[in-house]
Design a protein. Sequence first.
Length: 714
Amino acid sequence: MSPDTSGQREARGTQEAREPREVSRRRMLALGGGALGAAAAGSLLPPSLRAAMAAAPPSGGLRAVRHVVILMQENRSFDHYFGTLRGVRGFGDRNAVELPSGRPVFEQPGPLGRTVLPFPVRGAAEAQKKDLQYIGDLDHSWGGGARAWRDGWMDGWVSAKTAATMAYYDRRDIPLHYELADTFTVCDAYHSSIHTSTSPNRNHLWSGWTGYEADGTRAVTNAAYAEGTHPGYPWPTYAERLEKAGRTWKTYTEWENFTDNNIEFFTTFKKIARKALAATGGHTYMESFYAAVRDTTDAAERARLLAALEEGVATLTAAERSLFERGLRRVETGTLADAFRADVAAGTLPEVSYLVPSAVDSEHPGSSSPIASATLVYKVLDALGSHPDVWRHTVLLINYDENDGFFDHVPPPVPPAGDTDERWKGLPTGLGIRVPLLVVSPWTVGGYVCSEVFDHTSVVRFLETWTGVEEPNITPWRRRVTGDLTSAFDFRRGRPQPEVERPGGIPPFTGRWRPQPPLVQHMPVQEPGTRPARPLPYQPDAHGRLGEGAVEVTLSNTGKASVPFALYPYAGEFAVPQHRDVRGTAQWRVPLTREAYRFTITGPNGFRREFAGPAAGGAEVASRVDPRERDLHLTLAATGDRPVTFTVRPLGYVDEADLDDWTRRVTVKAGRSRTVVHSAADAHGWYDVEITGPDGFRRRLMGHIENGRASVSG
């Protein structure tokens, strides 16, 4: 619940926050015979699913997919959940950006000049005598998101969100999440769609974008929760496009759904709701009606209300009734997973399923917890695993609508300044902060990481690619910089389930609290090792030469997808970070504003180029990537009237004992150039090379050379 959330949801969230003490006891008992019982045998996954996974996935590529199940949970950032996970872009990220202060992005400015580092929820819980499962929520408003992002410098997190923003979980705290990542595929470049709260992000999931309110302002707040007065959003949803194309879909949601079923806020569905509710005694929107249903303690009154709804539903046209049953119908509180299981068992699971949990199951840090979500996820997995033929043809996507206010260190791609579709009042509407995405399916087994840039519209694009039903609401910029999720899959061959370490036991609920950092801080250590990585559609490069009053940078990308580059100007070359999206080649003119320059260009999957040197220099370095041999060709040039001696040395991806063998000193005569080759083949395509010369000249080249095949994480 953000500061711009309606009071209605605010009050309901507070009520739900008081309920888990009783609810969690019931759920823990239910879970104890399943996930917790399995933990004793070494796994938190349902035995049914582990048995179903033993079969090879069906052939046929995307044509073999029959069902896509989308479970969007609430308000967790990627670093908050997976910063310590082995082999992802987490706390050990070599490509972490530098703040204007010169400190790493992980060292966030705090009050009174103090620096706040990421700190474990577990340690804070012990110090504050609280339960680690039930931390409270933070500011996640449009304004708060902008302050944390701060024009791309990424140094406003603590001032915008409080020090609790830096709290993180690890494997011991959320074991099911980690096991899912270790068993299937985790995406570590998946972003929320917009720098703000729940509803605008869910608009992107349901329709491909968030447009405008009736008063002309951009739909960047949770204004839609005021259903009694909100007129609704007039643009079509993707569900309506599926309906028109004759594809089956359904929303699974309960009497209480935390107002997370955003399809209810679109005018088509509001009109159907009013007609269906006509006989219910003054209710005009679904939340008002179902609040009355769940709040009454009189069984007869509840039956009367539900019967009145059926009277109204009977008046709907066939087309209206289909949309009502698929999009607006709710099931009794606590029965979402049962309804889903029943359809799986009956063979009536639709092609596209949207699971919209209640507040207590939503994972929202203000009303839920990881344990509640783990219970729901376990039941969904068990429903699929219990019917192996359904499992063999199903994709389950578990993602999070927004980051809540929890820190993530990876700056998101930014649209061009003139893109009116993707900006509001001078600020980019997206991409938003990274959030987790777990891709669970027979074709994603193997503990992979996929590092292609995605956001919530990527889910819609996956459905587009699979069904052929297009969504024109998605803007050209998002189509350019985000993928369609297909790179997360290997439809050619199956992978065995990996052996992973799995802790057991999940603590019970106590109460809400906000973690505080310890007095003595330490940078968290990410789990050692790598994980298998999916091939990516990028092949970026960048190099520069001194021109008249500027460094002329050549950007190149021979991959199939556009690369979002970001430039961080540390010597005042620009006032704020700059952004370019490139497929092919492009030029970037970086003005010289001082006697020396220093800037860094970053891109996806660890790509980095650091540039530093005197404004009147005589040295240059050009680079070329050879994907066939996985070589980096470096052309060293002496452009002045004197020879230049360069030192070329690796900063990573080679054994330290062999560092001297890899380090080369190369002298280039005036006006001449020499090319040296750095091989990345033995490092699975990864490289990190520094080149230094006279007068502070320095280049650093880091990244991964793709060859179209699976690799390992860096």
